[in-house]
Design a protein around this ligand. Structure first.
Ligand SMILES: [Zn+2]
Length: 249
């Protein structure tokens, strides 16, 4: 016999999935990159003013007593321009007391994280989470590369990162990327990590992000940066994800 609690929770989950699908079809294109930073500031301000949603420190949220949804902010530092634009982005976070996650590459291809060490350590002292943004799946031996990136992080920054995120490259080596995500979910502790910002380690109901791509390869934002989508959900997790290179500073 199906437990009535399970029955209702399945119905509720289906209804939420339906709401999200409907929402994704109705949201509107809002702005092409480069985006004015005012949009980001406005987004954080409106999220902070919501009654049943709480913006919290990036790696917090496990086991805390909460009634409403929780929202996290993460910045992925993909390029030289991203790291150049980071201070202006974080100035807004600091002013609005948002303790975001900053995820950096340690493959030395786009920029040298070590050149910005002092600045990054200062942000860490102010409550920002500094983690690894991995591209290991672009290499044949991806676990070995993940180890190499982690070791480089530790020797440059002087501490073990608590978590990692994974750089997206569309369909490029997607199969390998999925294979890595599956494998690392079972062995991230062996590399010293407490968690990873990857499903299923951390899943989000919806991600508000700045890197949508149109048919002409132009980056754009949807209006979810302006209006937080309201699904009939409680105690769900949401993510605001930015790449500072797409913003005008
Ligand atoms: Zn990335």
């Amino acid at each position: 016999m199906v437990h009535p609690g399970n029955f209702w929770s399945k119905i509720r989950q289906r209804y939420i999935s339906y709401q999200i699908k409907r929402y994704l079809l109705t949201r509107k294109l809002y702005h092409y990159a480069p985006y004015p930073l005012d949009i980001y500031e406005q987004c954080l301000k409106s999220l902070k003013s919501l009654q049943h949603q709480q913006l919290i420190r990036f790696l917090n949220g496990e086991g805390i007593n909460r009634k409403g949804d929780i929202i996290f902010v993460r910045h992925d530092i993909d390029t030289q321009e991203c790291i150049r634009n980071l201070p202006e982005t974080l100035e807004i976070d600091q002013r609005l007391r948002v303790e975001a996650g900053i995820y950096l590459r340690f493959d030395n291809e786009e920029y040298m994280a070590g050149d910005h060490r002092e600045m990054l350590l200062k942000y860490k002292d102010h409550g920002f989470e500094i983690g690894l943004h991995s591209l290991c799946y672009t290499k044949e031996n991806y676990l070995q590369e993940f180890q190499r990136e982690t070791e480089r992080f530790k020797s440059i920054m002087g501490f073990q990162p608590r978590s990692f995120s994974v750089h997206g490259l569309g369909s490029f080596r997607l199969e390998i990327r999925m294979k890595f995500l599956h494998e690392i979910t079972h062995c991230f502790h062996e590399f010293g990590y407490e968690t990873g910002d990857i499903p299923p380690l951390r899943a989000y109901e919806h991600v508000i992000h700045d890197s949508h791509l149109d048919n002409e390869n132009r980056r754009f934002l949807y209006d979810d940066f302006l209006y937080f989508p309201r699904f009939s959900s409680r105690r769900r997790r949401y993510l605001v994800l930015t790449h500072p290179c797409y913003w005008k500073v």
